[in-house]
Design a protein around this ligand. Structure first.
Ligand code: NAD
Length: 282
């Protein structure tokens, strides 16, 4: 029996890939979306899902989340191919590392196009479809976005990225208020560093900007800010998304849930998640 249908953007690698596999393990049929250059990775994830989880279905949907027509189309196509849309995970994102005074307008706009416009379009078209589908068969639905711990407290050399991830929290909170009455919860994950290609890029950039010779310098510094002494892996986020996507999480909405990092007292950061039907937001 299928639990429903989940659509994940940026599903070809990293956190999106792990979320896709975990939701398939949970019983969802999966729409896997990414940019065309990641097509073969997407096909690999689709094969892994259908081989590993008997009865699960997966389809590959190419889209650039910055293009309105692409996002509208993958939402229509996932419903046509898999029969519904219960969970939307707006995971696709990019990073750029540069001091504020050297950040170009082009870099700023590129980050905002993927991380903010992409999330807006994913939330909008998924919500439209879920509201329409709710009229025929009512069941709780989930919209989930990718924020970041840097969406709660800025970090040096990440001004454009931090601003974009703060924006994801804003969209998530407003959407939660509007969509609760339709049985849709809207939350985001807001992790600390998770070992993916994105963090490899941070290590490289950090070497150049700080003059360090340590190729893992960013990782080592970040580890010092955790209580557990290590960084997260994509499956850590997939576990959280699995819970948010489940029916048990119905009383959590409007939250941007941080994982992995525990702020030290000298670096005050709010790491609060409320389970209150959306009375307060983090
Ligand atoms: P990643 O670079 O490994 O994967 C990002 C995915 O997004 C890739 O598959 C890429 O092809 C896709 N993508 C990029 N531009 C796209 C576009 N225009 N349209 C569609 N897809 C596009 O990164 P990741 O670490 O897996 O990050 C996933 C999400 O989690 C991102 O939004 C990221 O900002 C967020 N995040 C990551 C970390 C971390 O430490 N890795 C921490 C906090 C938040």
């Amino acid at each position: 029996m299928s639990k429903g249908v989940a659509l994940i953007t940026g599903a070809g690698q990293g956190i999106g890939r792990s979320i896709s596999l975990r939701l398939a393990a949970d019983g969802f049929d999966i729409g896997l979306s990414d940019i065309p250059t990641n097509k073969s990775n997407l096909e690999g994830v689709a094969r892994e899902i259908t081989r590993t989880y008997t009865g699960r279905r997966a389809c590959v949907l190419l889209a650039d989340v910055t293009v309105e027509g692409d996002v509208c189309k993958i939402v229509d196509d996932v419903v046509a191919e898999l029969g519904g849309l219960d969970v939307m995970v707006a995971n696709a994102g990019i990073i750029a590392v540069a001091p504020l005074v050297e950040t170009t307008l082009a870099d700023w706009e590129k980050i905002f196009a993927v991380n903010v416009t992409g999330v807006f379009l994913s939330y909008k078209y998924a919500a439209q479809k879920m509201i329409a589908l709710n009229e025929t068969h009512k069941r709780g639905r989930r919209i989930i976005g990718a924020s970041s711990l840097v969406g709660k407290r800025g970090e040096q050399y990440l001004s454009a990225y931090a601003a974009s991830k703060f924006a994801v929290r804003g969209i998530t909170q407003s959407a939660a208020i509007e969509l609760g009455r339709h049985g849709i919860t809207v939350n985001a994950y807001a992790p600390g560093p998770i070992m993916t290609a994105m963090v490899d890029g941070l290590n490289e950039a950090s070497m150049k900007l700080t003059g360090s010779s340590d190729p893992r310098g960013y990782n080592e510094n970040s580890k010092k800010n955790t209580c557990v002494g290590y960084l997260g892996v994509p499956d850590d986020i997939a576990g959280l998304v699995s819970y948010i996507a489940s029916s048990e999480s119905h009383f959590i909405t409007g939250q941007s849930v941080s994982t992995t990092l525990r702020a030290r007292a000298r670096r005050p950061t709010t790491l609060q998640v409320t389970i209150d039907g959306g009375m307060r937001f983090d």
